[in-house]
Design a protein around this ligand. Structure first.
Ligand code: ZN
Ligand code: ZN
Ligand code: FE
Length: 731
């Protein structure tokens, strides 16, 4: 007799087998460990409790154990313990997300060994994964490391189970691995650092794409970058060492944990007054990340200052990944390049996250391709391919009781992003050996993703936009299929509703299978259609007109083409009705003078309004409420009076946020107290607004409230909800 130990979770490609092998040596066990389709499988002649405990207690840093099953089984152990070849087909189907350079590798590049100063140092506990992967199984030959033949020293480490680099597929050293260089010329790190310190802009090839980089303490360099990139105000992400970040921002323990997570996301921290305002005009936070590759470490330690690290792309296009592509497209933005010769197989932006409340705003490098378990009741769910929305594209695949939400693809309005979207579908389907039987799409037939879904020759489930937001939140929280109806407060930009109007501020009552609207924001016309999203004054004018305050609109926006627009609205020309909460934020921002005439990126006005909120100020504006319908008309008079009395913009912004939060929370609370729902779910892009989120949660105290953490509340999480709706309909 012997033992069979099954380990499930993220256990492949993370050094799990050598971990087990080392424990087996310590406990004097005989047997074997191997990878198979379900994870890691151990056969051994004994299974002492201390050994089982150590499997979890000492697990490799990048692993995640979901389950360990220990069973007695027929097994004739050999003498000794071996790492056996993978079992059967379907083994090693997983690849982990890319991980930031680990402390041991960091010490090595700073040391005197053979990897001193080497920009591609990595090991089993860190380094590139998904960004270098061409095909599964995850072997060096199937990655962009294939052209680099291991030298004898690396090969010896690679086959030694006692070595930190045992089976580390991207293993490399200066003798055999990729190299870096500067263009036009010079020592890569030193010359690049000098250029940055001299105020130049350098395009730097990273892990999932190129960045445009400059000195974050140099206002002129920032200005130049903004002018060349035609990016007047959108916040720029920063990279710095922890010491430097501490010098500029207040970092809580939660922030620190997130910054140093192996995913190394961009973390939103309170804005630093000591840095140029041009990094994030009108905002009260800055996005910071730590260096996450050895190349970044070497550079940033040489420069000794915080660096701007913004995506290297043409406006609206996906990030550049190829060397020639970079020379062609980024040449006009960058004075120089820092290049390397390891290809990027997959374009991945930096993830953008917040530690408290925990939320992922953009899900990409370091977070994909991890999966979430499907909730109870979805055991027999079919394989679904869900295609997401139009903005913040992302696809989702379900298989084997798991959902995989792919990376952020950008706005599919852009032709290249749309091409990237089709590549992602092919790519993820191949990687996960996915054979969908149903496709889930947004019900809006104008969306590229929806039209694409209709060409696949599979049954198509059309999900209503805000129902998908709700289902996404339910799924992330593991809400069972038969968990009963919940109240969904979905505050969003715009999405098509079943009545043909554009929704975006709804109270929904339902579950995965269906949802009905039981309340929401009273609609207003989107004057000029899509232009209403870019020009906040349009939303202000229509709301003021509704409230009988047209005179004030005339006063506020004297130079705007008000008459033409009012005429169009009256005639119903290009003025679809919408309950969008996002547009209400724009309207309030415009009225208090924040980007009234135009915003240069989505959410600019709303984020500037949020930045004014001071939660220590009491009070709230009163919205109209009628049987679940929330009418903002009454707030405009209150805002006008406050402005005239010289009340601070801080107080106005706070009263608006709290008023809106209370109005919606109270509708949901009623449903809960009437016994119609078991919980409330908060979803939609507006819930990235911390003030709104926190005020809503506070008002719902005592009621089970489901919120997003790992899945974006915005349209980046939509595909998960679509997949769940389609799955629920097929069960
Ligand atoms: Zn390492
Ligand atoms: Zn080597
Ligand atoms: Fe949405």
């Amino acid at each position: 007799m012997g033992w069979r130990i099954r380990v499930r979770g993220q256990v492949q490609g993370v050094g799990f087998r050598p971990h087990v092998w080392q424990l087996a040596q310590r406990f004097g066990l005989n047997g074997e460990v191997l990878n198979d389709a379900e994870g890691v499988l151990i056969h051994c002649d004994a299974a002492p409790a201390a050994f089982i405990a150590a499997i979890t207690a000492e697990k490799p840093p990048l692993s995640r154990i979901d389950q360990i099953e220990v069973t007695e089984a027929e097994y004739e152990a050999p003498s000794g313990f071996v790492i056996a070849a993978s079992g059967a087909k379907g083994a090693e189907t997983r690849v982990t997300p890319d991980a930031a350079t680990c402390p041991a590798c960091r010490d090595e590049i700073h040391g005197h060994g053979r990897r001193a100063g080497y920009a591609f140092t990595n090991c089993t506990h860190c380094g590139p994964r998904f960004t270098i992967l061409n095909a599964l199984p995850y072997d060096r030959a199937q990655t962009t490391m294939a052209p680099f033949t291991m030298c004898p020293d690396c090969a010896a480490e690679y086959v030694d189970p006692a070595d930190r680099r045992f089976h580390a597929q991207p293993i490399a050293c200066p003798t055999c691995g990729p190299r870096i260089w500067a263009e036009p010329e010079g020592d890569a790190i030193i010359v690049t650092a000098e250029r940055i310190l001299a105020g130049q802009i350098v395009a730097i090839k990273g892990l999932g794409g190129f960045h445009l980089c400059c000195d974050a303490t140099n206002p002129t360099a920032i200005e130049t970058l903004r002018t060349r990139k035609h990016r007047p105000t959108k916040p720029l992400a920063l990279m710095a060492t922890l010491d430097t970040i501490h010098r500029y921002a207040r970092v809580t323990d939660a922030d620190l944990a997130l910054l140093t997570d192996p995913a190394a996301p961009i973390v939103l921290l309170p804005k630093a007054d000591a840095l140029p305002d041009a990094l994030a005009p009108h905002q009260n936070q800055l996005g910071w990340m730590l260096p996450y590759t050895p190349l970044h470490h070497l550079l940033i330690e040489t420069v000794g200052r915080p660096l701007v690290m913004t995506s290297g792309n043409l406006s609206g296009e996906p990030q550049v990944i190829g060397n020639d592509e970079a020379r062609e497209k980024l040449g006009r933005f960058a004075d120089a390049f820092l290049m390397h010769d390891r290809d990027i197989a997959r374009r991945l932006d930096d993830s953008v996250e917040r530690a408290k409340p925990p939320m992922i705003l953009r899900r990409a490098r370091g977070r994909v391709p991890s999966t979430i378990p499907l909730p109870e009741g979805f055991e027999d769910a079919p394989q679904v391919l869900a295609l997401g929305g139009q903005m913040k594209g992302a696809i989702c695949l379900t298989k084997n009781r798991e959902a995989l939400l792919g990376h952020h693809l950008g706005d599919l309005d852009d032709v290249l992003c749309a091409a990237e979207f089709e590549k992602a579908v092919t790519d993820y389907s191949a990687l996960f050996d996915h054979k969908p039987t149903v496709v889930a799409v947004d019900a809006h037939h104008g969306y590229r993703a929806t039209r694409y879904g209709q060409t696949l020759g599979l049954p198509v489930v059309e999900a209503w936009h805000h129902h998908a937001h709700l289902a996404s939140c339910l799924a992330e929280n593991g809400w069972p299929l038969s968990g009963g109806p919940v109240a969904g407060i979905i505050l969003d930009g715009t999405g098509l509703g079943p009545d043909g109007t554009l929704w975006g501020g709804e109270v929904l009552l339902g579950d995965y299978r269906a949802a009905t609207r039981v309340g929401g924001l009273t609609p207003a016309p989107l004057a000029g259609g899509d232009r209403a999203a870019r020009e906040p004054w349009r939303n202000a004018m229509v709301r003021l007109d509704q409230a009988g305050l047209s005179d004030w609109a005339d006063e506020l926006f004297p130079d705007a083409p008000r008459d033409i627009l009012r005429h169009a609205v009256t005639k119903g020309l290009n003025a679809p009705l919408s309950s969008s909460a996002g547009r209400l934020f724009d309207a309030v921002a415009a009225v208090v003078g924040l980007c009234p005439m135009a915003q240069s990126y989505e959410g600019e006005a709303a984020m500037a309004l949020e930045a004014l909120v001071d939660t220590s100020i009491d009070g709230a504006y009163t919205f109209g409420e009628d049987n679940g319908w929330i009418d903002p008309s009454p707030i405009w008079g209150q805002i006008r009076d406050d402005l005239r009395r010289g009340v601070s913009l801080s107080q106005i912004a706070t009263h608006f946020h709290r008023g809106l939060a209370h109005a919606f929370a109270d509708v949901a609370r009623d449903l809960f107290e009437q016994g119609k729902v078991a919980a409330v779910a908060l979803s939609g892009g507006c819930y990235q607004n911390v003030a709104l989120f926190t005020m809503t949660k506070a008002r719902l105290e005592g009621i089970p409230t489901l919120v997003h953490r790992e899945i974006p509340a915005n349209d980046g999480g939509l595909a998960l909800g679509q997949a769940m709706i389609a799955a629920a309909q097929s069960i």
